[in-house]
Design a protein around this ligand. Structure first.
Ligand SMILES: [Ca+2]
Ligand SMILES: [Ca+2]
Length: 227
C-alpha cells in the first residue's frame, strides 16, 4: 500500500517522528520572513538517557533566566528567555508557566497577537515589564505568581493549554551556575529541551545588556558563548 504524502506526514507526526504541520484555513500558509536564528538540531546523545528527563514536546525552549538580579529587587528583575524552535509561528496564549510547588501563571494575550512568536524568535518573560524599574530589560510579556529561587532547587515549566509539557528546567545553586547578578544561559550549540536538562550545558552570561546596569545577560538576544 502506498500512502499519500500528506498521510505519511500525518502518520509520522502522530508517531513523533516529524513535527505536525499547523492547520491553516487557506491552501497555503503565508510566507513569513525568517527573522530568527536557524535551528540546528544536534544528533541524539546517549548521555540524554542518563538524565531521565520527562518527555518534553520541545516547540519552545527555555534558553536563559535571571533568578538573582543585583541592580534591582528580584520582584522587578527576574526574567526568563524562551526561543521558538519551530519553523512556523507559535502562539503562547493559554499556555502556562509553573513550578513543582503549585505556582502557576496562564499566559493571556488579552485578545491580541502579543503572544505569537515568530519562527526562531526569542521572547523575554518578566515579572516587571517596565525598563525603568526592571534594570533596563525589554520585555515581551509580563507574568506574575512565579518567582525563581536564589538558593533552593526550583523549576521553570512551560506547558501548552492541553497540559502537554513543552519544556522543563530544574535548576539549583549547586550544579547550575549561581553567581548573583549574572543570568544563567543555555549553550547556544545545544538548544534543545533535553540538553537544557543538563546543568553542564548552562553557563553565566558576560555581557551587560544595559551600560548603567552591572548585571549581565542577553535577554532577547543570542546567548554569550559558554567558555
Ligand atoms: Ca528541558
Ligand atoms: Ca539570551
Amino acid at each position: 500500500m502506498t500512502l499519500a504524502h500528506s498521510t505519511r506526514i500525518a502518520l509520522f507526526a502522530a508517531l513523533g517522528l516529524v513535527a505536525a504541520a499547523p492547520a491553516f484555513a487557506g491552501q497555503h500558509a503565508p510566507a513569513l520572513p525568517f527573522t530568527g536564528d536557524a535551528l540546528v538540531a544536534p544528533p541524539f546523545q546517549s548521555s540524554w538517557l542518563a538524565l531521565a528527563s520527562l518527555p518534553q514536546s520541545g516547540q519552545v525552549v527555555i534558553t536563559e533566566f535571571m533568578k538573582d538580579p543585583t541592580s534591582v529587587s528580584d520582584a522587578h528583575g527576574e526574567w526568563i528567555e524562551i526561543w521558538n524552535a519551530l519553523s512556523w509561528r507559535c502562539n503562547l496564549d493559554g499556555w502556562t508557566l509553573s513550578d513543582d510547588a503549585g505556582n502557576s501563571h496562564t499566559f493571556n494575550a488579552g485578545g491580541t497577537t502579543a503572544l505569537i512568536m515568530r519562527p526562531g524568535q526569542r521572547f523575554v518573560l518578566a515579572l516587571d515589564g517596565n525598563p525603568a524599574s526592571n534594570g533596563g530589560v525589554t520585555v515581551n510579556y509580563v507574568y506574575s505568581g512565579i518567582s525563581l529561587s536564589n538558593s533552593a532547587a526550583d523549576q521553570i515549566i512551560l506547558s501548552k493549554a492541553d497540559g502537554t509539557l513543552v519544556d522543563r528546567v530544574e535548576f539549583d545553586n549547586v550544579n547550575y551556575p549561581h553567581t548573583p547578578g549574572h543570568s544563567i544561559q543555555l549553550n547556544e550549540n545545544f538548544r534543545t529541551v533535553y540538553y537544557n536538562d543538563d546543568p553542564g550545558e548552562w553557563c553565566h552570561s558576560q555581557t551587560n545588556w544595559d551600560p548603567t546596569n552591572p548585571d549581565t545577560g542577553t535577554p532577547g538576544l543570542i546567548n554569550d558563548p559558554c567558555q
